[in-house]
Design a protein. Structure first.
Length: 212
């Protein structure tokens, strides 16, 4: 990994952590629960060990806060955001197809950015609004995904929201420990490949109780 790629990855980590810390601080001020002080201290310790060049403001720069309140997006009972790296677009589309065809979900209940954002839309606004209103974030963890600053920020955003369930899908041959905070989330036990993709998607459907 070159220096530029490494710093890009650190940008994603620092940005997500800084956003997470901000939410922890806000929650602590409202609730005064001391547990949040410990969590904030842990985040600060991690941030202190990141490269000084890492840009902690990149998340809010590219995902502006003012887009969150758009009345165009209404949270549904189940609203799935598929987080993936651009090169894995075909797999993400297949996951969406299987989710819709094998469950009670409609096309509009599953979001795949490159497929579902209209050409005339401001794509950053559309992504942040879908993140704000999703109930589940399915993360397609491939070799391509781990070095994507944008996609890691989507996970960081979802982690700040208590009502969003994050479901990591680890592609066959990937080391889970290389995905930072994602590795610590509850994932399906099986690795994903092209042959078992439908089986894995059906497990997701069972997990969120969406059987037809």
């Amino acid at each position: 990994m070159g220096e530029e790629e490494f710093l890009s990855l650190m940008d994603a980590v620092a940005s997500s952590l800084a956003f997470y810390r901000k939410k922890l601080d806000e929650t602590h001020r409202i609730t005064e629960v001391e547990r949040f002080v410990e969590l904030i201290a842990r985040v600060d310790r991690i941030l202190s060990h990141l490269p000084k060049k890492a840009n902690k403001s990149i998340f809010e720069k590219y995902y502006p806060k003012e887009t969150k309140d758009s009345s165009e997006y209404v949270k549904k009972k189940t609203n799935i955001f598929i987080s993936y790296q651009d090169k894995d677009w075909d797999i993400a589309c297949e996951i969406k197809r299987l989710l819709v065809s094998n469950s009670e979900l409609d096309e509009d209940d599953v979001f795949v950015a490159h497929r579902d954002i209209p050409l005339a839309k401001k794509w950053r606004d559309d992504i942040i609004n879908h993140l704000e209103n999703c109930t589940h974030l399915v993360v397609l963890c491939t070799e391509n995904y781990k070095c994507s600053a944008w996609r890691n920020q989507e996970v960081g955003y979802a982690m700040t929201k208590k009502d969003v369930k994050i479901i990591p899908l680890f592609w066959e041959g990937i080391e889970r420990s290389r995905f930072g905070f994602i590795e610590g989330l509850q994932a399906l036990p099986d690795y994903v490949n092209e042959e078992n993709l439908e089986k894995i998607v059906n497990k997701i459907i069972e997990q969120i109780r969406l059987k037809k």
